[in-house]
Ligand binder design. Structure first.
Ligand SMILES: Nc1ncnc2c1ncn2[C@@H]1O[C@H](COP(=O)(O)OP(=O)(O)OP(=O)(O)O)[C@@H](O)[C@H]1O
Ligand SMILES: [Mg+2]
Length: 350
């Protein structure tokens, strides 16, 4: 694994939010590969230092094996406390309907741990990763509401001995949209790394994978701070051509270009490649269609800047600042700058 860089402000904020009971679960959205899982793995790892009375779990929701669910926090000495914590959670869950899918996961855990009583852990941070992958977009609201019930019971009972905060991670723009309609979840953004931190990572990766690499400026222009893209490029021997072809294939650029062509949206899409804010330049139905397709394809993200419900948590979890060069606009952003070029090539080739 790469050495961890940056994210100081984010870690500080996670710590701050866990000082007390949060009002509702925090739903963290960000481009694929920007480092959400890694950031929260770090937070979970540090949690005990921040809060000696606390336990933090990172649950990969696509995995239903208890041993792996607790992977991020399970050195042996802590395991028992973690299990007690899950037992305690089952009591919260009894107070409100945990929605079916999370309920199913929880039930499996509870069945094994039901006899445990509330233990040493007083403060719990539960990070549910791969949320949409496990539950699907359609169930996002119900599952999140289940978490809200857990939070709400804790608040209503005013029981300061039980702090349970949920963070949910996803890169699915579609799920973000669904949740924006509700008042029981906060939304937050983790974006790609800022330039300085990404540059540090670039030089670290070069040490690990020596060889002729493109200069940092070019890497920044293409990947705009996305650590997974950088890792992939390095693994491919720093060959940007190969990486381009692979990205185009894996991100289904051809299929998206075909769809846009069939809907007669190709020329509008080319304008959005030039300027992502063109997507909200007018009320034309075509632009809304186009935005839907690009958001669903996870190429473009919507940036709710303080106008939709749920962005109340504030910096450093605000949407990223506009940056035309990287394709980050006022209301929309390309998840990774290179997607613009890949989509353009696919549109021109189809
Ligand atoms: N701050 C960081 N320092 C060093 N490496 C990082 C950092 N953030 C992410 N990485 C590395 O980049 C890769 C992608 O990160 P990660 O898996 O956390 O992204 P993600 O946002 O969770 O992606 P996805 O949306 O696909 O779940 C991982 O190999 C991770 O270790
Ligand atoms: Mg992840």
């Amino acid at each position: 694994m790469l050495p961890f860089v940056g994210r100081r402000a984010e870690l500080e904020a996670v710590k701050r939010y866990n000082a007390g009971q949060m009002l509702m679960p925090l739903f963290v959205f960000g481009p694929e590969g920007c480092g959400k899982s890694r950031l929260f793995r770090e937070a979970v790892r540090r949690f005990r230092e921040w809060y000696p009375d606390g336990e933090a779990l990172l649950i990969d929701a696509t995995v239903d094996d208890v041993d792996r669910v607790f992977a991020a926090s399970s050195d042996d000495a802590r395991r028992e406390a973690v299990e007690e914590l899950v037992g305690a959670l089952s009591q919260f869950a009894g107070a409100g309907p945990l929605s079916a899918p999370l309920g199913k996961l929880a039930a499996r855990l509870y069945a094994r741990l039901a006899k445990r009583v509330y233990g040493r852990a007083r403060r719990a941070l539960i990070v549910v990763d791969e949320f949409v992958g496990a539950f699907g977009v359609a169930d996002v609201d119900r599952v999140t509401k289940g978490m809200y019930h857990v939070t709400d019971v804790s608040l209503r009972e005013g029981d300061r001995d039980r702090i349970v905060n949920f963070f949910v991670l996803t890169s699915e723009g579609e799920s973000r949209r669904r949740l924006a309609r509700h008042s029981y979840v906060w939304q937050a953004y983790v974006w790609n790394l800022p330039r300085g931190d990404f540059e540090e990572l670039y030089y670290r990766v070069r040490e690990l994978r020596p060889g002729p690499a493109p200069p940092f400026d070019e890497v920044w222009r293409l990947y705009g701070g996305n650590p997974r893209a950088l890792e992939e490029l390095a693994a491919l021997g720093w060959d940007t051509g190969t990486h381009r072809r692979r990205l185009a294939m894996h991100r289904n650029m051809g299929a998206t270009a075909d769809l846009l062509g069939k809907r007669r949206l190709a020329s509008l899409a080319l304008r959005v490649v030039e300027d992502v804010d063109y997507l909200h330049s007018g009320e034309e139905a075509e632009l809304l269609d186009l935005a839907n397709i690009l958001v669903r394809a996870n190429l473009v993200a919507e940036l709710p800047r303080g106008i939709e419900l749920g962005t109340a948590v504030g910096s450093p979890f605000d949407p990223p600042p506009a940056d035309r060069e990287l394709g980050i606009g006022e209301r929309y952003a390309w998840q990774i700058p290179i997607y613009r070029e890949l989509l353009r090539e696919a549109l021109e080739g189809s």
